[in-house]
Design a protein around this ligand. Structure first.
Ligand SMILES: NC(=O)C1=CN([C@@H]2O[C@H](COP(=O)(O)OP(=O)(O)OC[C@H]3O[C@@H](n4cnc5c(N)ncnc54)[C@H](O)[C@@H]3O)[C@@H](O)[C@H]2O)C=CC1
Ligand SMILES: C[C@H](CCCC(C)(C)O)[C@H]1CC[C@H]2[C@@H]3[C@H](O)CC4=CC(=O)CC[C@]4(C)[C@H]3CC[C@]12C
Length: 411
């Protein structure tokens, strides 16, 4: 296991009301058969020029697409790129004409045999697939199944087939904000914080992250050790960010106005998607060479994005697109927001048999938006030489251009 991060913001908090890890064992072991004997990949004995097979799960999602494109642009050792997702994007077709073999695999991470087939023969797995739901769209069981059991299936597939390097997309949410609303101010991977989760999403990410870190050092098929690490993005923004697009459309519907709900003093950690993708690519590349240092470690994702409240940060992009945020202070008292959030939760529960009611405001999203959570760390730089690829100015410009295009295409 790793040498850093013990006892700090390690995400080994409590998931209130959730099953312990060992209660759900995956069926992969049984279903694999002789799959693991087909290929025995390992970068340790690879010649310098050997081309590598990468697998990106969730490769058609917001982050996954950026990871896929980043690998194609910036990973010279890439020989084949497997993109695994439940829903494949049409944009994948254009990538198939390039020099690197791109294999699109439609599959479900909860299906152990599908994961095993995709992993077999891969040198590196970047596991970004996940169910990102803090709005109550999916059931807690489904979130657990995809995020925890899906991750377990990925780990078991690596072990069975001999894949040695696994990078997991975790989340800041494995640390907090916690249910008590304690601020996490410019914290790092070692900052002490009481991680207590009640919501299914952070619970599932925390459990999955633990699985990944505990799998570090396990012997994979062929006898070599598995090397794993977890990256924890804060709130990701950039091209493809659906919530940003939704806020833009909402603002347009309201005649160009958005109304402040959260005090400007509440700082929220944000990181540009291109930099998060770059961090994944670098971590995956360096895992072999720096296995002793990086194995079993967690890294927050960070870049030069400014510390601001969630709404003020969004205005960095929505402002240049013509929207205005009304109010230097929240227009509604906080108790009223709490009441409205609770009302939304009640309505969601009452209406569930008839219709899915899943507004942005609920007790959980309000608590997250209203709690300071920012990171300040250089661990990724120290461990694997990460420097942001995109400056804040680049990230901002790229995001503005995307919001403008995405917003106008909806009109
Ligand atoms: N969006 C954010 O601000 C943050 C996201 N993350 C993590 O980053 C990862 C990617 O998130 P996003 O790109 O934002 O979400 P996304 O929803 O855009 O992408 C997730 C992808 O996973 C795929 N997927 C979902 N269930 C699957 C299944 N059962 N089998 C196969 N594929 C499946 C989806 O089809 C989708 O393409 C997730 O693991 C999430 O927890 C972490 C921190 C912040
Ligand atoms: C939707 C929230 C903002 C609405 C607040 C309102 C209704 C008062 O205007 C978003 C505020 C913070 C976001 C979350 C945060 O960025 C951390 C996340 C990490 C993840 O791993 C997944 C996404 C998210 C939970 C993100 C979701 C939207 C917010 C709650």
């Amino acid at each position: 296991m790793g040498q850093e991060g013990e006892g700090g913001a390690s995400g080994r908090g409590r998931c209130v009301g959730w099953p312990a890890l060992d209660e759900r064992r995956g069926p992969l072991q049984a279903s694999l058969g002789t799959l693991g004997q087909r290929l025995q990949p390992g970068m340790a004995d690879s010649a310098q020029a050997q081309k590598l097979v990468y697998l990106v799960t969730g490769g058609c999602g917001f982050l996954g697409e950026h990871v896929v494109r980043m690998l194609l642009q910036r990973e010279p050792r890439l020989g084949e790129l497997r993109v695994f997702d439940r829903h494949l994007g049409p944009w994948l077709e254009e990538l198939k004409t390039g020099p690197v073999r791109v294999t699109a695999i439609q599959g479900d991470v909860t299906e152990a045999h599908e994961v095993a087939a995709a992993v077999a023969g891969a040198h590196v797995v970047i596991h970004t697939a996940g169910l990102v739901d803090v709005f109550g769209r999916a059931s807690p069981e489904t979130i657990h199944e995809v995020n925890v059991q899906g991750t377990r299936n990925v780990i078991e597939a690596c072990v069975q087939t001999g894949t040695r390097f696994l990078v997991y997309t975790s989340s800041m949410e494995v640390v907090g904000p916690n249910t008590k609303g304690h601020p996490f101010y410019r914290g790092n991977e070692d900052t002490l914080y009481e991680a207590v989760h009640r919501h299914p999403y952070p619970c599932s990410k925390a459990l999955a992250e633990r699985l990944v870190l505990e799998a570090n050092g396990r012997e994979v098929h062929g006898g070599l050790p598995l090397v794993t690490c977890a990256l924890r993005p804060t709130g990701i923004y950039g091209e493809g960010h659906q919530i940003m697009r939704d806020f833009y459309r909402q603002g347009l519907r309201l005649g160009g106005w958005l109304f402040r709900a959260i005090p400007a003093s509440v700082e929220h950690g944000r990181v540009y998607v291109g930099n998060v993708a770059w961090m994944h690519v670098l971590a995956a590349r360096e895992l072999e060479r720096r296995a002793a240092l990086m194995g079993g470690q967690v890294y927050f994702c960070y870049d030069g994005s400014p510390y601001k409240s969630y709404e003020d940060f969004n205005m960095e992009f929505l402002g240049p697109c013509g929207l205005q945020l009304v109010g230097a202070r929240p227009l509604l008292p906080y108790w009223l927001l709490v009441f409205l959030a609770a009302l939304n939760a009640l309505l969601q529960w009452l209406l569930r048999p008839l219709v899915l009611y899943a507004p942005l405001l609920n007790p959980y999203t309000l608590a997250v938006a209203n709690t300071t959570f920012t990171v300040s760390t250089d661990k990724a730089q120290r461990h694997f030489g990460y420097e942001p690829l995109f400056s804040w100015e680049d990230s901002r410009t790229r995001t503005i251009l995307w919001v403008q295009a995405a917003g106008s295409s909806a009109q």
